[in-house]
Design a binder for this molecule. Structure first.
Ligand code: ZN
Ligand code: ZN
Length: 191
């Protein structure tokens, strides 16, 4: 298992710098894995992570857990929060991890020698006890794992635009099988 410092280094390499949110992400990923009793970073696909924002924290979490968007073991549900839910897909147990409500204030106190707030977060997030830094709460998913994960090899074509849809993300409207864009959730406009 890589050490905490090795995880930070790996995250910083991906990211071309080390910042407080990556440190937080690494701590969150380690805490989530530990709560579930799973070895992280994983080499398989048992652990699924749902992150609630993209950015630096997600890189730290990915490095610490071995969960990646490209491996379908990390999902981004963008709620704009540095928060993540770690799910053991073998048991369905899930834990949501967020920075504790007073983590910023505690960090400033924990690194009084820091030159700036940013630096105090960077330093303190590396050494604060988990109980001060993070809040962990067992949760139950509102979506089934089957819905989130879907099935390998499944695909259909949208009856309107003809584009291929995988992972059962199509929408049935009357007799039509539509992609989400054609069903009205389009985020772009053709010009
Ligand atoms: Zn960053
Ligand atoms: Zn379509």
């Amino acid at each position: 298992m890589p050490t905490f410092d090795e995880l930070l280094q790996k995250s910083a390499e991906l990211h071309q710098h080390l910042c407080p949110r990556q440190v937080l992400g690494v701590r969150m990923g380690l805490a989530g894995g530990q709560w579930l009793g799973l070895d992280v970073p994983q080499t398989g696909k048992r652990l699924l992570t749902i992150v609630e924002t993209d950015g630096c924290g997600a890189d730290g979490i990915a490095v610490a857990t071995g969960c990646w968007v490209g491996r379908r073991t990390m999902r981004v549900f963008d709620f704009g929060k540095v928060a993540a839910t770690f799910i053991d897909t073998a048991t369905g147990r899930a834990v949501r991890v967020v920075p504790s409500a007073n983590s910023r204030q505690l960090a400033v106190l924990a690194a009084p020698q820091a030159a700036s707030r940013w630096e105090s977060y960077l330093l303190a997030y590396q050494r604060m006890p988990t109980i001060e830094l993070l809040t962990l709460q067992e949760v139950r998913l509102e979506l089934s794992l089957a819905e989130i994960l879907s099935r390998d090899g499944y695909r259909v074509n949208c009856t309107r635009c003809g584009e291929e849809i995988i992972n059962e993300r199509e929408v049935r409207v009357g007799a039509e099988t539509l992609c989400r864009a054609c069903a009205g959730e389009r985020y772009y406009r053709q010009i």
